[in-house]
Ligand binder design. Structure first.
Ligand SMILES: NC(=O)c1ccc[n+]([C@@H]2O[C@H](COP(=O)([O-])OP(=O)(O)OC[C@H]3O[C@@H](n4cnc5c(N)ncnc54)[C@H](OP(=O)(O)O)[C@@H]3O)[C@@H](O)[C@H]2O)c1
Length: 267
């Protein structure tokens, strides 16, 4: 598989995906990107080494895969703009939060039927550790397989039915922000107790990275790993007691529901 890929709206997230594809061996000549401003186009051409245009319609000619990377409010308009220029078998990927495959299919061809696949990436794609949620439209299962194969070298790919796409987005699409907030809170708490900020930051970042690696490589449930750090009546138990009594679990439950519901309102 050596598809020609058009990336419409090569901003922060789509640019990170392009960077990952190039690192995974895609030839830069197989990718054409677009952006609105000349500043972004210049940055894309210089940093990624792919062709960067303004014209979405021109960019999709000859493409096998089209990735729509614009903001959610623009996604359907960009799909309508390119509809007439796509061959029938072209796979359309959208990373726009909240925009359904139904909305995109209607914009691409009012008669329906185009293979559309929703994908939700996250920012660790910038370091080759992205997490991608993949939800093909009804009838686009084969396109879904193609998209999974394309993204597999860029990190972890999890396919979910589209009805769970927004809920899954609340876990991994927005998830890095929760982790960074937890990091900030741990650093600030350390600083408040007198640990110098540089050391509090180093300890926090190394602890989060090491714990994530331990979780991923051991395959153990997080509760088992937490139990292993928690001696009865000990220091960690005292800390966890405070986190639980200040409603950590409830805060996460309400936060992820709010994220899911906000995504549903974007479509
Ligand atoms: N950031 C994240 O963590 C994240 C995570 C998951 C999913 N997403 C999704 O990724 C999408 C993009 O987010 P982002 O943060 O990457 O935004 P961004 O950096 O603003 O990228 C959007 C890009 O689209 C370009 N653009 C706007 N209108 C266009 C048009 N009509 N034709 C072609 N290009 C156009 C912009 O060009 P200019 O730069 O020239 O204005 C910009 O480069 C969103 O739909 C979002 O839901 C983002």
């Amino acid at each position: 598989m050596n598809p020609q890929i058009a990336v419409l709206g090569c901003g922060t997230m789509a640019g990170a995906i392009v960077s990952g594809l190039l690192a995974a061996g895609t030839d830069p000549s197989r990718i054409v990107a677009t952006a609105r401003s000349s500043a972004t186009r210049q940055r894309v051409a210089e940093t990624l080494g792919v062709a960067a245009l303004t014209d979405n319609r021109k960019a999709v000619r000859g493409a096998d895969i089209v990735l729509i990377g614009v903001k959610p409010a623009m996604a359907a308009a960009v799909a309508s703009e390119i509809a007439e220029d796509l061959d029938p078998q072209v796979v359309v990927i959208s990373i726009a939060a909240g925009v359904t495959t139904q909305t995109l299919q209607a914009a691409l061809a009012p008669s329906g039927g185009r293979p559309v696949v929703r994908v939700m990436p996250n920012t660790p794609v910038k370091v080759g550790r992205g997490t991608f949620i993949v939800s093909p439209a009804a009838g686009a299962e084969q396109a879904g397989e193609q998209v999974i194969a394309l993204l597999d070298p860029l990190g972890t790919v999890v396919e979910v039915p589209e009805k769970l796409h927004d809920a899954a987005t609340a876990i991994s699409g927005s998830g890095p922000a929760y982790v960074f907030l937890v990091a900030e809170a741990m650093i600030d708490a350390g600083v408040a107790m007198g640990v110098p900020r540089a050391q509090a930051t180093e300890l926090t970042v190394a602890t989060l990275a090491g714990s994530a690696e331990l979780m991923a490589s051991s395959g153990e449930h997080p509760a088992v790993l937490r139990g292993a750090v928690t001696s009865p009546g000990g220091t960690t138990a005292a800390a966890l007691d405070q986190l639980e009594s200040h409603g950590l679990r409830t805060a996460f439950a309400r936060a992820l529901e709010a994220c899911r519901d906000k995504a549903a309102r974007l479509s």
